[in-house]
Design a protein around this ligand. Structure first.
Ligand code: NAP
Length: 359
């Protein structure tokens, strides 16, 4: 099979730049379109990002001279792609409209945006976890009137540090959790250069984030019934989201109780042995091991652990019995890799392994 043709929508942004680098020499996918706002349409990619390239590595050579297109030029972009990764900052109704527009042009959309996350037939995937939610695509395709095209979304970056743990412990029925997240500035698409107020600072508010961090896990933990995704109702989460002066990496401090309390050994075994389609199929961006547990009481640390397995692993530590809840622990994930572009790419690789691109 020839490579799947890929467009990156929002290619100039923080998440888009990650997609551009991760897709360099990809075995399944070939980038054929880079798109952003009309401000950049017609420019070379190199010129469009000259002031704001923020990756450690250089712009990959394949991308430098590509001519940017406008995300909203759906007719022309669709002719050149089979798949788009969508990571665009626009109003939600505008994002939903163009993402559905691409699906109706028979393009598969893997979205990092929140606009379609609450739609009952749009799977919100953690590729190691709720892949059974792809069963809702039949319903979605009927709604959109498409044969091949559909939308899947990635959950918010904040939840990636703790929901995989709840999911791996599903048999113990997690019941109630209090979570505090300590979130990196790249999660807002910013750097210390563009956000100097964050140097040596903490901001105890991230607009809209707490609602997503409490609600989205329930959809991921839910099940498909009558063709649509029904969120879990037996888990309650309360979350506080705090912006901290860290470049990359969202840390979560979690207290949790279960209906059936696991032992500490069962807890650690369940998370460290948990795997899914990405590991079984040895996908290019799958971590060999999804979740790691550290015995050291000063881990996980952002500087030491955020890039484990190419930034695609979740690291956990400090698992202890709690005075009020059954357990407390700390977990870490990379917000623009596992939590954004890497998670989106692994989702697309999973769709590839499951033959969704076969025509
Ligand atoms: N950063 C993270 O860790 C993270 C994690 C998960 C999800 N997300 C989500 O991913 C999306 C992108 O986030 P980001 O951090 O990459 O944002 P960003 O750095 O601000 O980039 C925004 C992108 O949107 C494009 N854009 C803005 N207005 C547009 C318009 N009217 N038409 C077409 N394109 C337009 C920009 O293009 P121009 O350069 O041409 O303006 C740019 O490519 C957001 O929905 C965000 O919530 C981000």
């Amino acid at each position: 099979m020839s490579k799947v043709r890929v467009g990156i929508l929002g290619a100039t942004g923080m998440v888009g730049q990650r997609f551009v680098t991760l897709l360099n020499n990809h075995p399944f996918f070939e980038v054929t379109v880079l798109a952003a706002s009309n401000r950049n349409a017609g420019k070379t990619y190199e010129d469009a990002v000259s002031e704001k390239w923020s990756m450690d590595e250089e712009i990959p050579s394949y991308a430098k001279k590509m001519i940017m297109m406008n995300v909203l030029d759906i007719d022309n972009v669709s002719k050149q792609v089979d798949l788009v990764f969508s990571a665009v900052k626009m109003e939600k109704d505008e994002i939903r409209a163009f993402e559905e527009g691409y699906a109706k042009h028979e393009v598969i959309v893997v979205s990092n945006n929140s606009a379609c996350r609450n739609i009952e037939d749009v799977p919100m995937l953690l590729p190691e976890c709720n892949i059974d939610h792809l069963d809702a695509l039949k319903h979605q395709k009927e709604r959109l009137g498409t044969k091949h095209g559909f939308i899947v979304v990635k959950p918010n970056c904040s939840i990636q540090s703790y929901v995989p743990i709840f999911y791996a412990l599903k048999e113990f029925e997690p019941e109630v959790a209090v979570v505090s997240t300590y979130q990196a500035i790249s999660g807002a698409g910013r750097t210390f250069k563009t956000w100097p107020e964050m140097v040596e600072n903490i901001i105890p508010y991230i607009g809209g984030e707490e609602e997503k961090s409490e609600k989205e896990p329930l959809k991921v933990m839910g099940h498909v019934e009558n063709g649509v995704i029904v969120p879990a109702t037996d888990l309650k989460i309360s979350c506080t989201c705090i912006r901290v002066p860290v470049v990359d990496g969202h840390t979560a401090s979690v207290r949790v109780s279960f209906k059936k309390k696991p032992t500490k050994e069962e807890f650690i075994k369940a998370i460290t042995e948990f795997s899914g389609v990405p590991q079984r199929e040895k996908l290019p961006h799958a971590p060999k091991q999804f979740m790691y547990y550290f015995e050291e009481n000063d881990r996980p640390q952002v500087k030491l652990d955020v890039n484990l397995e190419g930034g695609m692993a979740v690291t956990v530590g400090r698992l202890e019995e709690d005075n009020i809840f059954q357990y407390k622990f700390v977990a870490l994930s990379h917000n623009t890799l596992r939590g954004a572009a890497g998670g989106g790419l692994l989702t697309a690789e999973t769709l590839y392994a499951l033959h969704y691109f076969d025509r």
